[in-house]
Design a protein around this ligand. Structure first.
Ligand code: UN1
Length: 505
């Protein structure tokens, strides 16, 4: 296989990021494939961020008056650029985030899908008309562009998470300042270059500053978080990050959209089709090397099928091809870095201390790539849902717990601090519907007979409790990016007051 740096540079050049932009800075960007250096990127300062937010604010003031369907046209053009460069951008995601190729391409497809969705939405940013209690009056609500949107994204979806926010924000009439993960800034530069291509084709009506990318570490994120001109801060990452960001944005009465940790479970009931369950769990638990916020981390299985299911999963796990994510046969690529590997090992150690029986989890391919961190995905049979299980470790660890009564399975399912995604496998309508009911799964996403990961963009994406409560992507998530005005219009010749109040002199 070509050296990651060589391949990355030629992809970036193709995507419109010049080689000189990748040199001479303090931020070392590495490929998780072999740990090799991809770039020494220049970084921005807090002052640069302040300037960017100012430019974005000016762009917003012009952009908000461009008709929404016209704004949709810009996103349609971005979708075209993404279609044209799907292979290249997907390969870049693989190189920088370590995803297998099909998942890198899937990520770009998700970006194309949200662009299509946003284009349609640009003619559907509608409010209600509401019956007024007063004669000759009409009430309605209008949705207006909000302002500058700050986006902070994580390494594991280095492009798609930005696009969910960006495509909606742009059709909603906002401008966006993006701080990508410092682990995956090159993908961000490529996205920006593709957007600039679309903007050039769109013409002068697209103001400069509509899309800004701020490269750097924590201080750059903080500069966006604390800037009062940023009307909405959409942040994806750890619960620890959200706990800091949320109150800081609230302090200045900004809006927050948080997508934080998940601790997603699959419940397998006695009536489940085990062939489906094995396939669904395998992809959701071991896919993306366990590094999706929607990854299945817990398996809650009825005692009557537990032994069979665990045996089948273990067999499937042993066959998982681990290796260079660019090789067509690979299903499990590397962890993002050494810290991820160490967190995984310490979770496995703690689980063993708590009585867990660990299968797999060991480092792989260390001799071939001493600076990369490949692991065999782990299955850990637990005596109960311990403290380690209740904590999200961003690695491929599947904890298995048994249950006897379905009510107990639901209680165990909900007894974690996070609430993102969930699934039940079963063909007993009473159980699967109970899982989806108000007294069932407490997550933002609840599925039947499919795994917890791989949501489509048409639905609202996000979760409850420590997951942060935000909803992105489909359904009515666009409302996050707009402000609502309630309008009352009097077309009569008198002035009746609401609630029958009299105030005549
Ligand atoms: C994430 O891991 O941050 O549902 C997002 C999924 C993808 C998005 C995951 N559509 O797994």
């Amino acid at each position: 296989m070509t050296a990651p740096a060589t391949q990355t540079h030629s992809l970036l050049e193709r995507l419109g990021v010049p080689a000189e932009a990748l040199r001479g800075g303090p931020l070392a960007v590495r490929s998780p494939i072999d740990g090799s250096a991809l770039a020494q990127l220049p970084v921005h300062t807090a002052d640069d961020v302040s300037r960017m937010v100012g430019e974005a604010q000016s762009a917003f003031l012009a952009w908000r008056s461009v008709p929404a369907p016209r704004r949709g046209e810009l996103i349609r053009l971005l979708g075209e650029e993404l279609r044209a460069e799907k292979e290249a951008l997907g390969a870049l995601v693989s190189l920088e985030a370590g995803k297998i190729l099909t998942e890198g391409l899937g990520e770009v497809q998700e970006m194309i899908d949200i662009c299509d969705f946003a284009v349609g939405l640009s003619r559907q940013l509608h409010g209600l008309t509401i019956a007024s209690e007063r004669p000759g009056h009409r009430m309605m609500e209008s949705w207006h562009p909000l302002g500058v949107v700050g986006v902070i994204s994580a390494f594991n979806f280095p492009a798609a998470v930005w696009s969910w926010n960006f495509a909606l924000a742009i059709v909603c009439g906002d401008a966006v300042v993006w701080k990508p993960s410092e682990k995956t800034p090159l993908t961000a530069l490529a996205c920006q270059a593709l957007f600039e291509r679309a903007a050039r084709r769109f013409g002068a009506q697209a103001p400069a500053g509509l899309s800004c990318v701020a490269i750097g570490l924590r201080d750059i994120g903080e500069a966006i978080v604390d800037d009062a001109r940023v009307a909405l801060l959409s942040a994806t990452g750890s619960t620890r990050m959200g706990r800091e960001v949320g109150p800081r944005v609230a302090q200045r009465f900004g809006r927050c959209l948080l997508e934080l940790g998940g601790n997603n479970a699959v419940v397998v009931t006695p009536s489940a089709d085990l062939d489906l369950a094995v396939r669904g769990i395998l992809f959701a638990a071991a896919g993306t090397a366990g590094q999706r916020c929607t990854t299945t981390r817990r398996l809650i299985v009825h005692e009557s099928v537990r032994e069979t299911l665990v045996a089948r999963l273990r067999k499937a796990y042993e066959k998982l091809p681990i290796g260079d994510p660019r090789e067509p046969g690979t299903l499990v690529g590397p962890l993002i870095d050494r810290a991820a590997f160490e967190a995984m090992q310490s979770a496995l150690g703690a689980a063993a201390q708590e009585g867990g029986k660990v299968h797999g989890g060991e480092r792989a391919l260390a001799e071939a790539w001493p600076d990369a961190y490949y692991v065999r995905p782990a299955i850990v049979e637990m005596p109960s849902q311990t403290a380690t299980v209740r904590h999200e470790t961003f690695a491929p660890i599947l904890y298995v717990m048994g249950y006897e009564r379905f009510e107990d399975a639901i209680a165990m399912h909900n007894d974690v601090p996070q609430g993102l995604s969930s699934a039940v496998f079963g063909n007993d309508l009473r159980e699967t519907e109970q899982f989806l009911s108000a007294a069932g799964s407490d997550c933002g996403i609840a599925n039947v007979n499919i795994g917890t990961s791989g949501a489509e963009i048409g639905g609202a994406f996000g979760g409850e409790k420590e997951t942060g409560g935000g909803r992105e992507s489909g359904s009515d998530a666009w409302r996050n990016y707009m402000r609502r005005a309630t309008n009352t219009i009097n077309y009569s010749r008198s002035l009746p007051l609401a609630q029958g109040v009299r105030f005549d002199v």
